[in-house]
Design a protein. Structure first.
Length: 207
């Protein structure tokens, strides 16, 4: 918790939150992992200190693989030492690796059955947010699901403030509408989180 808060202060724009997500949001956003009886290929983006990673690894079934992308080197070290390496040492039929990189530069070859994204889209310019969202949709396997979260009310509050915040929030909404047009969208409200949030799921209809 302390590590997250310190990095949140040092790298405010990148981290985009003052506290790591809680277990209720983690449970909601990772619900599609291990749910369909096939070997999952999971991509987690913006893993931070592992709030969602623990749940992903717990749910990963036989043959499952997880790629965990995180930009911040301190978070990557914590993820490797405290989450992924201890888990890997107890598994022989599933695997996970931490990729220390900006998602836009990450060398990813797979098509993923589930992508869980913890990126702070509201801290990014609309151009960057839209580019990354499109990149993630393109990385989905047919029938795959992209899950991310939005703090409740934040987009609406941003839309109420005249100026660049409103423009950015509207551009972000427009991009989501555009992406959702060809996908099924589901949303789950999670009250017990700092701050309350929506888990948003964009489901590819290809399978
Ligand atoms: C809001 S925090 C979420 C952390 C964790 N998933 C959680 O919910 O507690 C966002 C994380 O995304 C990482 N991040 C920001 N920009 C990134 C990028 N372009 N590529 C990969 N990770 C990024 C930050 O370092 C930070 O750890």
């Amino acid at each position: 918790m302390a590590r997250f808060f310190i990095e949140a202060l040092r790298r405010r724009k990148e981290v985009g939150a003052v506290a790591a997500s809680g277990r209720y949001l983690a449970r909601a956003i990772t619900r599609t992992v291990g749910s369909n009886g096939r070997a999952d290929r999971v991509l987690e983006v913006g893993a931070g200190t592992g709030a969602f990673t623990n749940h992903i690894l717990d749910r990963l079934g036989p043959g499952g693989k997880a790629d965990i992308v995180e930009l911040n080197p301190r978070f990557c070290e914590k993820l490797r030492c405290e989450v992924v390496d201890p888990w890997t040492s107890t598994q022989d039929d599933r695997s996970a690796r931490v990729i220390e990189s900006c998602i836009e530069d990450a060398n990813l070859e797979q098509s993923y059955t589930t992508i869980v994204c913890g990126l702070p889209f509201n801290s990014f310019s609309p151009e960057v947010a839209n580019r990354i969202l499109q990149q993630l949709v393109d990385l989905l396997a047919p029938g795959g699901t992209l899950a991310f979260f939005e703090y409740a009310c934040l987009p609406s509050l941003r839309c109420m403030v005249p100026g660049p915040w409103r423009q950015d929030a509207r551009a972000h909404r427009k991009c989501l509408r555009h992406l959702s047009a060809s996908m099924r969208q589901e949303r789950t409200f999670v009250l017990r989180n700092v701050l309350p949030a929506w888990a948003v799921f964009l489901c590819d209809q290809g399978a």
